[in-house]
Design a protein around this ligand. Structure first.
Ligand code: SAM
Length: 280
């Protein structure tokens, strides 16, 4: 029997066997399951062979605040409540933080049973630095908001991790290329599932890949830290400086952006800066 409190439980992000035995035991023993979509959670329970003769309550983004108090009332009445999301770790681009905050304020017992999380799995597979990383959640859909976010993050010296959906992936990559330059990236798709795939390379390589292979499934986009870009920018600047002495600005920009797979706009701005530096 579980003591009354809140149990934050990770469920699989694809492969059903990625759930811990402690998670399964706790889901079996909990009095109430707080979940995003009870149909999704009941399906998971039935696949795991867990009975569904308990109370399921929905806990979604738009009802978070009012539902949080209801859940706390259940806990104060002596119930154990398991919080799960449709997939993966609750609270990671999923609801839950307001509930945890309220539980903390009211001195309610809380524990977490860790498990699958797409951010961490993608990072482990990326080959990019993991000592410092920043998870920036979902990339906004509106072009202006997307560009603003990228501008805000472009000089941060940590690996950047984002969630993205299939229909938006190519648009996002194109915009990111303009702002970050042709940095090293890793794109993880359908992690732990049958068609798991990790594409590593530059933005332009990834764009070429997904222009030929329609993006399908769920994605995590990881971008190398700014510092790596800065050192390559210095190298490119030197090469560009030399080339500007040999040929026209237009030709130098064209050649270098093609040769080093860089966004033409970035190389053009760099070339203008160099030209201005040379002015008396
Ligand atoms: N809380 C979840 C977690 O722990 O990762 C994430 C929930 S968020 C609503 C869903 C997003 O996570 C997807 O749009 C995708 O970007 C990412 N994601 C979830 N499962 C994934 C998988 N198997 N492979 C790649 N990305 C995944």
């Amino acid at each position: 029997m579980l003591r009354n409190g809140l149990y934050i439980i990770a469920t699989p992000i694809g492969n059903l066997r990625d759930i811990s035995s402690r998670a399964v035991e706790t889901l079996c023993d909990a009095d109430i399951i707080a979940c995003e979509d009870s149909r999704v959670s009941k399906k998971l329970f039935s696949l795991l062979g867990i009975g569904i003769n308990k109370k399921f309550i929905s806990y979604e983004d738009h009802s978070e605040e009012q539902k949080a108090q209801m859940i706390i009332d259940f806990i104060n009445q002596g119930n154990s409540v398991a919080l799960i999301s449709d997939a993966g770790s609750p609270l990671i681009s999923d609801p839950g933080y307001k509930l945890v905050r309220l539980c903390r304020k009211q001195g309610i017992y809380i524990t977490a049973i860790p498990g699958a999380c797409a951010v961490i799995t993608a990072l482990q597979l990326s080959g990019l630095p993991t000592n410092r990383f920043m998870f920036a959640g979902f990339i906004p859909n509106k072009d202006k908001a997307r560009g603003d976010l990228f501008e805000e993050l472009k000089n941060i010296n940590t690996t950047l991790v984002f969630y993205e959906t299939a229909p938006r992936l190519l648009k996002t990559l194109a915009r990111a290329l303009e702002i970050f330059g042709n940095r090293e990236i890793s794109i993880a798709r359908e992690l732990t599932k049958m068609y798991e795939e990790v594409i590593c390379g530059s933005f332009t390589e990834a764009i070429n890949h997904f222009a030929q292979n329609e993006p399908r499934g769920e994605f995590v986009l990881i971008i190398a830290p700014a510092q790596e870009k800065q050192s390559s920018v210095i190298d490119i600047k030197e090469i560009l400086r030399k080339r500007l002495g040999e040929t026209s600005l237009k030709t130098a920009v064209k050649e270098i952006s093609e040769e080093y797979k860089l966004a033409k706009n970035d190389v053009y701005s760099m070339a203008l800066e160099l030209k201005n530096e040379q002015l008396p």
